[in-house]
Design a protein around this ligand. Structure first.
Ligand code: EPZ
Length: 419
């Protein structure tokens, strides 16, 4: 298995470019199932998860040409002739479940392997299924597959107990090509949900209220393929900002979607840092004496849960005691033991982590347990004294496009050892 070797405490300098958003690209690729004609998606990041979604579409019968060099994906969904997303693919990427809504709307049939658990706790799909049932689908579980069938979906009034990103997106996609009006209450407001709605509207969908907690979708008979450029990745941008701060450096982050990072930047300002915002970039201005902070990871527009672990890694060397509360997942602190092995002092109490800032962390052999836990270890390693060996970096490859090359280009001593 590949690993990263990082020699810490190297100053970073220059410009680092943000790629397209993983969590938007994956859903937009899934949404092309709703179309009948070829379409080109641009700013598609080169990631394991994107390659998995490409395979899912190919398994369904679509023809897909992906050019990582140009970040473009050409998809011809007109040849789709299967409704089954197989276990081998869904088990490696839960987002494969996002093909259920489009398949049901277009073909009245979908068979998707149950996604199962995940390294940071259970992640059920009950909201997705309840919503599709409310829209008329009959759902059964057969041999580990969720089978959904319907003659014709019908719009309905849907309420989510929690603003689930995936369920909101799945329903938006299905409802766009469904008779009648669908209203989603307590919808997710994430920028990636808005990006998906923007794409669908460009293709002719009638969607109102995306980005708010009430989304109204009036189904149309047909959507028309329109080329689209994916939004920049706010989580990658946030990770680069933390890489800059962990090394007390002033990086310029090109393409940072500042509008989607408001609370994150606000919290870093509470630490004492500053940011110079330009039209298409953000320059990090680190404070010499950063201070501990408190925050709660919440659905958007709250502090993003996907930046919770990288932020914890950064706060490990910030003076005082910081407090992080995780409000989205039951158990997203599995990375703490690895940070503590590098000398961090983090104590867990339920969904709260108390971080007492240390003078420095020390390089050590560590293991990534999931994507953002892996990103946290990269941040810790960049700021640590000595050399860190990060194992199981396949988790990091799922969500960071060209991370080693991008960080090396701004002065980090990071290499991938192929194993
Ligand atoms: C998306 O996952 C992202 N993934 C996650 O990013 C992100 O952490 C998450 O949204 C929250 O922002 C993709 O977009 C591919 P949810 P999703 O449905 O849609 C519970 C990363 O690192 N829930 O909003 O699966 C669930 O268990 C990843 O890039 C139910 O109980 O997240 C969780 O506690 C990881 N039943 C909460 O809601 C359901 O049917 C939020 O999940 C659905 C969700």
């Amino acid at each position: 298995m590949d690993k990263f070797i990082i020699k810490g405490q190297q100053k970073l300098a220059g410009q680092i470019k943000v790629s397209g958003a993983k969590n938007s690209a994956l859903k937009i690729i899934a949404a092309t199932i709703l179309l009948n004609d070829p379409v080109t998606i641009s700013n598609v990041p080169d990631l394991m998860d994107v390659r998995t979604m490409k395979k899912v579409l190919e398994k369904l019968g679509a023809s897909v040409e992906y050019s990582p060099k140009n970040s473009t994906m050409k998809i011809d969904p007109s040849t789709i002739n299967s409704y089954r997303a197989p276990y081998e693919l869904v088990k490696t990427m839960r987002a494969s479940f996002q093909v259920m809504g489009p398949l049901l709307a277009r073909f009245g049939n979908a068979e998707i392997s149950l996604p199962g658990g995940c390294n940071f706790g259970p992640r059920p799909v009950d909201y997705h299924l309840k919503a599709f049932e409310q829209m008329g689908a009959k759902i059964t579980t057969e041999h580990g597959y969720i089978c959904a069938k319907v003659d014709k979906l019908i719009g309905n009034h849907i309420y989510f107990d929690f603003p689930s990103v995936g369920a909101t997106e799945n329903v938006i996609m299905a409802a766009s090509l469904t008779d009648g009006v669908t209203i989603i209450e307590n919808a997710a407001k994430e920028p990636e949900v808005v990006d998906l709605a923007t794409f669908l509207k460009l293709c002719g969908a009638k969607i109102e209220g995306e980005g708010t907690s009430r989304i109204r979708i009036e189904g149309v008979k047909k959507l028309h393929a329109r080329d689209f450029t994916v939004l920049s990745d706010r989580i990658e941008a946030g990770t680069f900002i933390l890489a800059s701060l962990a090394t007390n450096s002033s990086l310029e982050i090109i393409g940072a979607p500042v509008f989607a990072l408001e609370v994150f930047l606000e919290k870093l300002k509470d630490c004492g840092h500053d940011f110079e915002i330009h039209q298409n970039s953000l320059i990090v201005k680190p404070s010499k004496n950063p201070k501990a902070i408190k925050f709660t990871a919440q659905p958007h527009p709250g502090f993003p849960t996907d930046l919770q672990a990288p932020m914890a890694a950064y706060l490990s060397t910030v003076e005082g005691t910081s407090l992080i509360t995780e409000g989205v997942y039951e158990n997203r602190f599995v990375y703490i033991s690895e940070l503590n092995r590098m000398g961090a002092s983090i104590e867990l109490d339920g969904n709260k982590a108390y971080i007492t800032g240390q003078d420095f962390l020390s390089g050590a052999p560590v293991m990534a347990s999931d994507l953002r836990a892996g990103a946290a270890l990269v941040i810790a390693a960049l700021g640590a004294k000595g050399t860190t060996e990060i194992n199981r970096v396949y988790h990091i490859d799922r969500g960071y496009d060209g991370l080693v090359a991008k960080l090396s280009a701004v002065g980090a001593q990071i290499e991938r050892v192929v194993g």
